[in-house]
Structures are given as structure tokens and as C-alpha cells.
Design a protein around this ligand. Structure first.
Ligand SMILES: Cc1cc2nc3c(=O)[nH]c(=O)nc-3n(C[C@H](O)[C@H](O)[C@H](O)COP(=O)(O)OP(=O)(O)OC[C@H]3O[C@@H](n4cnc5c(N)ncnc54)[C@H](O)[C@@H]3O)c2cc1C
Length: 472
């Protein structure tokens, strides 16, 4: 048997060790590699805007995107003549960067569909109107929390004593003692085990014990101190801004999934799984760390970057949007919106301008585990069945239009970064810094002040500035 080791196997077996990577590879880059000054990986808002800012300064950048379209987590799916936002939904009217770009590209912001008022709660096999929660025998809370809805418990508890006074305070070293499990902080604020269980059921995180309290406080601060008074949507789907920026760039290459990044003495060599290769002076990694950790990274990284890339958790979200064929809420007399202690967690009922209703299933974190094992078609049937089991009026009332598991999407592997206890203190400040003046990081996970789509744009401005400082 041949003892020859191909280069990929060599990289895998000798250079990559868990938790720490490597020195520059002395193998010369292949002569067929495309040479670029700046190479950006990822055509989400962060990568696209970095390329746009560079192009405006006359600096050509090549952008590699694994999928066949731009937009990443602003994905909008088309069904029955509608654009359904499956990733980033809410565009705050205080999203200054996003709105400036909407104007620059002459796109149009519109009001969101109207939400139905009211909430139905399902707990311990009982279905009840949220107005009856405070006196229900299925309510396990006591004292002043008794009348607080499960969906409001977390923010109510934090609101009792909220130490962050700005959207940047989560990075304030004086507040690092809040970088503890969210469950611990909420217990200190008076949450019983029953309250923690209710919060954990449908919280915006994977698990209440493994997410940092400081991280969830950052999200509350973003809401509390935000300039936004209402939310908007992009006409035609929230991916339209990404599409417009991509169309204005000179060199975006789709279907280029990056598989290997190797520092060589002549530059950084990037290899895609379609066989194409690029060699660049400056590399911008605008993909989530959940994905970056799956790429063969043969570049020397400081310990904190390495820890962040390897360990930063991402919240899993699985979402389904269904057409409403029958007004089931009229049949059983309960509000359409639901908070459930069962596997479906939360559902939202909205109406478009024409009065057509749609129903969104939103499953978070550990709740996605069973669901994400199923192929998408089966998962959709499963969600409908779970709902019909606890709310019989929904039987044959809904038709799925769009479904997406962000945890299973290989180009996202989660919906958004969520620091674990201790990680903000450990690496949040360091992980956004360039490495060796030639590797840069951009994306929602690198934002400081803003979050979500606006955060991705904020981070691209910082990355652009870092690049410009080093390209002079
Ligand atoms: C369900 C959900 C709800 C959300 N709700 C909101 C909201 O209401 N408001 C809000 O502001 N934000 C929201 N967000 C967050 C927002 O959508 C993201 O923060 C933002 O779009 C991230 O942009 P990004 O450029 O950092 O990353 P991404 O959009 O993830 O871009 C990364 C790009 O890299 C590509 N890529 C990945 N791997 C590779 C590879 N190996 N090779 C080449 N390319 C690769 C991906 O395909 C993708 O295009 C939500 C997100 C989700 C998932």
C-alpha cells in the first residue's frame, strides 16, 4: 500500500490539534491559485458591507460565499407569492446603518404584519387564556411573580435590579461578576425552581444553565436603551439589502464553500471544496464561529481567538411559517398566539394588509433537539401534530409554507452567538482583534453595541477600519 500522504490528510493529521493551531505552512501555494489583496469569506451583511466599504475606497476585494445566494441569516423564503423572513425579522427604526443602506440602495421599508393581541398558555395539559394565568391552578409561581406571564418572567426579574446602564456595559470589567449562569443570577433575584423551568422552556437561549447572565442582560440593555420605537421590514424580504449590496460588488463568487485556510510564507491560501484556490494578503472571516470551527484552519491564532472559535455557543432556532386555512381561534375562543410548556414552545399569529393570517412556530435551544433529528418535511408534520394534540381546533387549519432549522444549516450552525458563563471575561474583547495584521473577523458575533443585523453592519465598519489602517 502506498505510504504517500496527500496534503489534506497531512494537514488534518499533523497540523490540527484540538484547541490550538499551528505555525505557517512552508508548502508553496499552487500557481493556479487566484491572487487577491483582500479576500472576504461570507456574503452575509457583515462580509458584504466590508467589501462595499473597501470598494468605495477603490480597494478591490474578492468575496467567497458557500451558498448560491447572498444574505446568510437574513434568509427570506418565497412561497405563494410571499417573501417569508426566516432569519432576521425585526428591523428597528433606530437601525441607523441598516436604514442608511436601505436609502442608498433605494429599497423600501414597510410596516410589519399585524400581530393578534392576547396569548394562550398551555401548561400541564391545560389550555388557558393568559388573563387567567394569575389565578390558574396550573400556575406554579407565588408572591409578586404569580401574575407575571411565563414570557415576561425573565425580563421582570432582571428589571428588579439591572446594573447595565448602556448597550456597551456588558464589556465593562466592573460588571464581570455577572458573567455567571443565567439560572444563578435569576435565583439571586428571587426566581424559584418553577420560575426557572418556565423561563427555560422558551427563552431566547439554548439553556438557562449554560448561557451567561451578562449575555442575556446585554440583550435586555439593547432593548432598553435602543433608539428604536417600532420595527420595520424590507419590502420583498429582509434579504433584499444583502442582494442589493452583492449586486453592486465587482467580485462575489457563489457556491464557493471554504474548506481550508493555510498560512504560507507567501500569503494565506484559501481552498474551497469545489477545488478552487485563492491566495491573499488580508483575509476577512465573516462567517459565524460555529462554522469557522469546522474549517481546517492552519493559521497561528492567539489562545483567546482559538478558544472563542472553538467554544462560542450558538443558539439553535427552528422556525416554521404556516398559512392559516381556518380561523381556529374563533373555534375555541382563545387567542391565536401561544406559549407552551410542550415541544412547540411559542407560536405567533399575524395578519397581512389583505387580512390573510399566518402562523409562526418558533422553537429555541434544547427544545429543537428532537425536532432537528427529523427530515424537514417530517419535522413540519410533527409540529402540526404536536400543536393539534394540545389545541384540537388547529387540526387541518394550517398548511406549512416555509421551514428552516438554523441549527442544522451547515452555513450557520445556529441562529446567533450566545456567550457561555465566563466567556465574556475570557475572550469577548480579544476575539475581535486582527491576528498578525492579516486575519480579520467580522459578523454579528463581533458586534459591540448593536445586535442582530445592525450588529453585523456595526462589526463590518470596525473591520473595515482595521483593514484600512493596515493597508496604508
Ligand atoms: C431565526 C433568527 C431570527 C433573527 N431575528 C433577528 C431580528 O429580529 N432582528 C435582527 O436584527 N437580527 C435578527 N437575527 C440575526 C441576524 O439575522 C444576524 O445577526 C445577521 O444577519 C448576521 O449577519 P452576518 O453577516 O454576521 O452573518 P451571516 O448572515 O451568517 O453571514 C455569513 C455568510 O457566510 C456564509 N458561509 C458560511 N460558511 C461558509 C463557508 N465555509 N464558505 C463560504 N461561505 C460561508 C454563509 O452562507 C453566510 O452567507 C436573527 C437570526 C435568526 C437566525
Amino acid at each position: 500500500m502506498s505510504k504517500k500522504i496527500n496534503r489534506r490528510i497531512f494537514l488534518k493529521s499533523s497540523l490540527i490539534v484540538p484547541g490550538g493551531l499551528m505555525t505557517a505552512c512552508s508548502t508553496p501555494p499552487p500557481s493556479s491559485a487566484t491572487r487577491t489583496k483582500v479576500l472576504i469569506i461570507g456574503a452575509g451583511l457583515a462580509g458584504l458591507n466590508t467589501a462595499r466599504l473597501l470598494q468605495r475606497q477603490g480597494i478591490e476585494a474578492t468575496l467567497l460565499e458557500g451558498k448560491s445566494q447572498a444574505g446568510g441569516r437574513t434568509l427570506s423564503m418565497k412561497a405563494q407569492g410571499q417573501s417569508i423572513n426566516m432569519g432576521g425579522v425585526e428591523i428597528g427604526d433606530g437601525y441607523r446603518r441598516f436604514i442608511d443602506l436601505v436609502n442608498e440602495y433605494r429599497l423600501e421599508l414597510v410596516a410589519p404584519d399585524k400581530s393578534q393581541r392576547g396569548l394562550t398558555i398551555h401548561r400541564n395539559n391545560q389550555l388557558l387564556h393568559a388573563d387567567d394565568w394569575g389565578t390558574s391552578n396550573t400556575n406554579p409561581l407565588s408572591g409578586k411573580l404569580k401574575s407575571v406571564l411565563p414570557s415576561r418572567l425573565q425580563s421582570t426579574l432582571h428589571g428588579q435590579q439591572f446594573p447595565l446602564s448602556s448597550t456597551l456595559d456588558w464589556l465593562n470589567a466592573d460588571l464581570a461578576h455577572y458573567d455567571i449562569p443565567e439560572s444563578q443570577r435569576l435565583s439571586e433575584l428571587g426566581a424559584s425552581d418553577a420560575a426557572l423551568e418556565l423561563i427555560n422552556r422558551a427563552g431566547n437561549f439554548n439553556d438557562i444553565n449554560t448561557v451567561s447572565a451578562l449575555h442575556t442582560m446585554r440583550a435586555i440593555a439593547n432593548y432598553k436603551y435602543s433608539d428604536s420605537t417600532k420595527t420595520l421590514r424590507l419590502k420583498g424580504g429582509n434579504d433584499q439589502l444583502a442582494v442589493a449590496i452583492a449586486n453592486s460588488l465587482s467580485d462575489v463568487r457563489y457556491n464557493h464553500t471554504v474548506a481550508d485556510i493555510t498560512q504560507t510564507s507567501q500569503g494565506i491560501v484559501v481552498t474551497c471544496n469545489n477545488g478552487s484556490q485563492f491566495i491573499t494578503e488580508k483575509l476577512v472571516l465573516a462567517v459565524p464561529f460555529s462554522v469557522l470551527r469546522k474549517i481546517n484552519l492552519n493559521i497561528e491564532l492567539p489562545a483567546q481567538h482559538q478558544q472563542a472559535i472553538t467554544n462560542l455557543p450558538y443558539t439553535r432556532i427552528t422556525k416554521m411559517v404556516a398559512r392559516v386555512d381556518k380561523p381556529f381561534w374563533e373555534t375555541d375562543g382563545l387567542p391565536g398566539n401561544m406559549w407552551c410548556d410542550s415541544a412547540i414552545e411559542r407560536c405567533f399569529l399575524t395578519f397581512n394588509k389583505q387580512g390573510d393570517a399566518s402562523y409562526t412556530f418558533f422553537v429555541n435551544g434544547t427544545g429543537t433537539q428532537a425536532l432537528d433529528q427529523l427530515p424537514p418535511k417530517q419535522a413540519q408534520v410533527w409540529l402540526l401534530k404536536q400543536l393539534a394534540k394540545i389545541r384540537p381546533a388547529t387540526q387541518n387549519a394550517l398548511t406549512p409554507l416555509a421551514f428552516h432549522s438554523w441549527g442544522n444549516d451547515p452555513y450557520a450552525l445556529g441562529a446567533y452567538a450566545a456567550f457561555a458563563p465566563g466567556q465574556i471575561s475570557q475572550f469577548a474583547n480579544e476575539m475581535v482583534k486582527p491576528v498578525s495584521n492579516n486575519v480579520f473577523f467580522a459578523g454579528e458575533h463581533c458586534s459591540r453595541e448593536a445586535s442582530g443585523m445592525e450588529g453585523a453592519l456595526e462589526s463590518s465598519e470596525a473591520t473595515y477600519q482595521q483593514l484600512i489602517d493596515r493597508l496604508q
